[in-house]
Design a protein around this ligand. Structure first.
Ligand code: C5P
Length: 427
C-alpha cells in the first residue's frame, strides 16, 4: 500500500477512536445520570456540567436541595436537560409522575456537584430529611460526590471524617481542586471544573480499549555505576513512558511499569517495579514477560556500562582517567526474540534521519511497531511529535502533549495487536 494511503487510512481510523477529550466521553452515551445539586456558590457551574453531560449523550435528571435553589433556578436546569427538576420530597404532583423511589431506581450514576460540607455530613450520618439525601439512601446506583466548600471547612477534621465514611461505603470522591475561592480565600475546596467532572463520570463507565490486556512498559533512564557514588546515565525524564502507563491503565489494561530512577509519581492503578541498571531492567522484563500481551520499551537504556565497578570511591589523583565500557544487553531485542514473544513496541529517540534510523531499528530489533522522534525536542518536554513505523506503513502522531499522543499510540498499538493475533507472529 502506498505510504500516503496507509497514513490516510490509519488517521481516519484513529480519528474515530478516543483521541481527544470530547471523544473520551463516548461512554456517557445513553447513560442515565441523576445530577444532585446542593447549596453552594459552585452550584452555578452545575448548569455547565448538566449541559456537558447531555452533550455527551447522557439523559440527565436534576435534583436540587432547597438551598441549591437559592443559587441557581430549577428553570435553568430544566431548560438545559429537557427534564423536570425535582426539589421536594413531599410533592404530591412529583410523586404522581416519577416518585422518589422510582427516581432512586432510575440512574446509572448519581453525581452530586457541588456537595456541600453540610450535605456530606447529612449523608454520612444516613439522614433522609430532603429529597436528595433520601435518594442517596434509597439508590443502588454508584454515587460520586464533588465536594465544594471554603478551604477551612474542607480542612476541618469533621469533614474528613465524613469523607472517610463515605469513601469506605464505596462512594467516589471527585476533587476538590485548589485555588482561589469565591469568599476570597485561596486553598483546597474548589469544585472541579465541569469538564473534569464530566470526564471523571465518563471514566466510571469506561470498559476500555485495552480491557484485560497485560502491558509491560519500561521507562526512564538506567544508571550504570562507576563506583559507589558515580554513574553514567542520560537525560530521560520518564514522562513518555509514564504517560503511556497512565493512559493504558485508564483504558483498562493491567499495567506493570518497570522504571529507572525518575522524579515522577506512580500513575493510578499501575504497578511499578523500580530498577536502577540495564541488567536489573532486563531481569525485571524477563520476569514479567510470561503472560504479557504487549511489551513497550520506552526506557532510554544506557548502551554501555563500566566493565567493572570500583568497590571504593575513585580518588582523583591521576590527571586523566580511562573508563573501559562494555555493551549492555538489548532488553527489547531479548524480549522480541523470546519463543513466546509479546507484541513488542519500541521507541527511538534520534538526533538525525529520524524515520530512516527508526525503520532500521524496527527491522534489526524484530519489533512489531516503533515510535521514532527527535531526541532533542523530546527529552524532558511535555509535548511530542512522533513517527509511527511498522513493516509496511507509517503515520505521524501529534504534535500534542504526551498524554494525548500516548492515547494515539495506544489506539494504534491496539489496532496492530488485534490484526497480529489473527495471523502467526513472524519470528
Ligand atoms: O538502540 P536504541 O537505544 O536507539 O533503541 C531504542 C529502543 O530499544 C527503545 O525501545 C529502548 O527502550 C530499547 N532498548 C533496550 N535495551 C537497550 C537499548 C535500547 O530495550 N540496551
Amino acid at each position: 500500500m502506498p505510504v500516503d494511503a496507509a497514513e490516510t487510512r490509519l488517521l481516519s481510523w484513529l480519528s474515530n477512536r478516543r483521541l481527544n477529550e470530547t471523544v473520551r466521553m463516548n461512554s456517557l452515551a445513553n447513560k442515565r445520570i441523576l445530577l444532585g445539586i446542593t447549596g453552594g456558590i459552585a452550584a452555578y457551574k452545575s448548569a455547565e456540567l448538566a449541559r456537558l453531560l447531555g452533550k455527551a449523550g447522557a439523559d440527565v435528571r436534576v435534583v436540587m436541595t432547597p438551598a441549591a435553589t437559592q443559587f441557581i433556578t430549577p428553570l435553568t436546569l430544566q431548560a438545559l436537560t429537557g427534564n423536570r427538576v425535582h426539589t421536594e420530597l413531599l410533592d404530591a404532583e412529583a410523586e404522581a409522575g416519577m416518585g422518589h423511589i422510582e427516581l432512586a431506581r432510575w440512574p446509572d450514576l448519581v453525581l452530586i456537584a457541588p456537595a456541600s460540607a453540610d450535605f456530606l455530613a447529612r449523608v454520612a450520618s444516613g439522614q433522609a430529611d430532603d429529597l436528595l439525601s433520601t435518594l442517596l439512601l434509597a439508590t443502588r446506583a454508584p454515587v460520586a460526590l464533588a465536594p465544594a466548600m471554603n478551604q477551612a471547612m474542607w480542612l476541618n477534621a469533621a469533614t474528613h471524617d465524613n469523607l472517610r465514611v463515605l469513601a469506605a461505603r464505596g462512594m467516589q470522591i471527585f476533587g476538590p481542586a485548589e485555588g482561589e475561592q469565591a469568599c476570597g480565600d485561596t486553598g483546597p475546596g474548589r469544585m472541579l471544573e465541569p469538564q473534569q467532572l464530566a470526564e471523571k463520570a465518563a471514566a466510571l463507565f469506561e470498559t476500555g480499549l485495552l480491557a484485560g490486556l497485560r502491558l509491560v512498559i519500561t521507562a526512564g533512564p538506567t544508571r550504570e555505576a562507576i563506583d559507589p557514588v558515580r554513574y553514567i546515565s542520560n537525560h530521560s525524564s520518564g514522562k513518555m513512558g509514564y504517560a503511556l502507563a497512565a493512559e493504558a491503565a485508564a483504558a483498562g489494561a493491567l499495567v506493570t511499569l518497570i522504571s529507572g530512577p525518575v522524579a515522577l509519581p506512580v500513575p493510578e492503578r499501575v504497578r511499578r517495579v523500580d530498577v536502577v541498571s540495564a541488567q536489573q531492567m532486563l531481569d525485571a522484563s524477563l520476569a514479567e514477560a510470561p503472560g504479557c500481551d504487549i511489551f513497550i520499551g520506552v526506557a532510554a537504556v544506557a548502551d554501555y556500562r563500566p566493565a567493572s565497578v570500583a568497590a571504593q570511591k575513585l580518588k582523583k589523583t591521576a590527571q586523566s582517567l580511562k573508563l573501559e565500557l562494555v555493551r549492555n544487553p538489548d532488553i527489547i531485542s531479548t524480549i522480541a526474540s523470546l519463543e513466546q514473544r509479546p507484541f513488542t513496541v519500541g521507541f527511538a529517540a534520534e538526533t538525525e534521519d529520524v524515520d530512516a534510523n527508526g525503520a532500521s531499528k524496527l527491522q534489526r530489533k524484530k519489533l512489531d511497531l516503533l515510535f521514532a522522534n527527535h531526541a532533542t525536542s523530546t527529552f524532558g518536554s511535555d509535548a511530542i511529535t512522533a513517527s509511527a513505523l511498522w513493516s509496511d506503513g507509517r503515520a505521524t502522531l501529534g504534535p500534542g502533549n504526551k498524554s494525548l499522543v500516548a492515547r494515539q499510540m495506544l489506539a494504534l498499538i491496539h489496532a496492530h495487536y488485534l490484526s497480529l493475533i489473527h495471523t502467526p507472529v513472524k519470528s
